[in-house]
Write a protein that binds this ligand. Structure first.
Ligand code: 6PG
Length: 471
């Protein structure tokens, strides 16, 4: 049993290789497997310092691992994961563990876990966030599956994860597919924050006439304050990069049509299934979809009149925009966390939102100074029904909402498309409205379809004869 490897990685693309290098840096004996000889060569080159070697034959790779085996998959989500599992299973022993670290759909993870459980193999779905840099130097990780099995990989994951104030950005998330579920929602929040930042860019550029240098300076300034976050840093740095081909700023030669790999859409789909509103995340998904209709947008821009798309008083507006951005960011997290709460109840994931906000503070794409406040909110009250219900968050909302309204009104008045900002404020207003107009919806449903309604003054289900003159 001696001299065997502690963990084996299947899939030595950039993410798999970088995570393996990270593990080797932390002193773990690890190896990898890839069908592609170039990937094995690259692993050896990059891992020279640790004498890292991989295998091209699956059987040899499996035999090189200590028991019970810890096998991590970093292969593209979808059918490939099933194919790899199928090849693996005949070579494994009871008690071995497979950790799927790609962005798999959580329902696939549930199915795979159930199938493998019958064969005595532990299957983990683990979201990893932080991109290539994160994998190499410290990602945030969201593992879900059997708790006892988790303890056998815990030291490795804690060692390679990002750290915030010494705390590792990894924690056992919960049973079943909870790890992949939480990573999916992380990505939904990521989509919403990116859309908010895109709308902010548009207002600064087209409304206030800021050039790329001013955009850089503005995002830099904001990132030095309470808005400090990884996505703001990325946004800031985009504006200083020049295109090698034209010498122009790269941002100005990029098409305004965004692609996606699906995790945002899945978040919206699940939220609809759970009947849990996440409108800002939905708008972010729709905005990417709408962006693809470029020809139609160009034609309609010419055909339909629109306001001047100019914002007066730039200095005042810039300050208000910083407040709007802060409000919108709180709202992106609020929606994602609310969805996690609902999913936890529905799927029995036993999610701990305090720990989830803790491990999102570092390493992942949505890391931000604000997560410290969110972590504090869930530390104070682990059963917080909604982020808006926390007193410290309410103080922040009271401060920034008035400016957000001004920004949104001005933007709409001037013809700017700001779906995510607009949805954030209406979401906020809907949640702080004690008496909504949905009594009318109940009445309408009962009127035309006898769907019944509830009364404010007595318990039970009622139906009225709406066409009767007596009513
Ligand atoms: C992360 C990212 C990562 C990936 C997204 C991109 O947490 O490191 O979320 O998983 O960059 O999946 O998603 P789209 O291609 O759909 O924008």
């Amino acid at each position: 049993m001696n001299n065997k490897y502690t963990l084996g990685m299947i899939g030595l693309g950039t993410m798999g290789r970088n995570l393996l290098l990270n593990m080797a840096d932390k002193g773990f004996a690890v190896t990898g497997y890839d069908k592609d000889a170039r990937m094995l060569q690259k692993l050896e080159e990059d891992g020279k310092a640790h004498n890292l070697k991989g295998y091209a034959v699956l059987k040899d790779f499996i035999q090189s691992l200590e028991l019970p085996r810890r096998i991590m998959l970093l292969v593209p989500a979808g059918q490939i994961v099933d194919n790899v599992i199928q090849e693996l299973v005949p070579l494994l022993d009871k008690g071995d563990m497979i950790i799927d670290s790609g962005n798999s759909h959580f329902t696939d993870t549930s199915r795979r876990a159930a199938e493998l459980d019958e064969q005595g193999i532990h299957f983990f779905g683990m979201g990893i966030s932080g991109g290539e840099e994160g994998a190499r130097f410290g990602p945030s990780m969201m593992p879900g599956g059997d708790k006892t099995a988790y303890n056998t990989v815990k030291p490795i994951l804690e060692a390679v994860s990002a750290k915030v104030n010494g705390d590792p950005c990894v924690a056992y998330i919960g049973p079943g597919a909870s790890g992949h579920f939480v990573k999916m929602v992380h990505n939904g929040i990521e989509y919403a924050m990116m859309q908010i930042l895109a709308e902010t860019y548009y207002l600064l550029k087209n409304g206030m006439g800021y050039d790329n240098e001013q955009l850089y300076d503005t995002f830099k300034k904001w990132d030095e304050g309470r808005l400090k976050s990884f996505l703001l840093e990325v946004t800031r740095d985009v504006f200083k990069v020049k295109d090698e081909k034209t010498g122009e700023y790269l941002i100005d030669v990029i098409e305004d049509e965004a692609k996606s790999k699906g995790t945002g859409k899945w978040t919206s789909q699940v939220a609809m299934d759970l009947q849990l509103p996440i409108p800002t995340i939905n708008e972010a998904v729709s905005s990417r979809d709408l962006s693809k209709f470029k020809q139609l947008r160009v034609a309609l821009d010419a055909a339909l009149p629109h306001p001047a798309e100019k914002i007066d008083n730039p200095l005042e507006f810039e300050a208000q925009l910083e407040q709007s951005l802060y409000f919108a960011m709180i709202t992106c997290y609020a929606q994602g966390l609310h969805l996690l709460e609902a999913a936890s109840a529905e799927y029995k994931y036993e999610l701990n939102l305090k720990e989830i906000s803790q491990i999102w503070r570092g390493g992942c794409i949505i890391r931000a100074a604000l997560l410290e406040d969110i972590y504090q909110a869930y530390t104070q009250n682990p059963k917080l029904p909604h982020l808006y219900a926390d007193a410290a968050i309410q103080d922040k909302l009271k401060e920034v909402v008035p400016s957000s309204r001004k920004v949104i009104i001005k933007a709409i008045q001037n013809g700017f498309a700001i779906p995510a900002f607009a949805s954030a404020i209406t979401y906020y207003d809907s949640f702080r409205t004690a008496n909504s107009p949905l009594n009318l919806t109940q009445a309408q449903r009962d009127f035309f379809g006898a769907h019944t309604f509830e009364r404010t003054d007595s318990e039970g289900i009622f139906h009225a004869d709406w066409n009767s003159n007596n009513l």
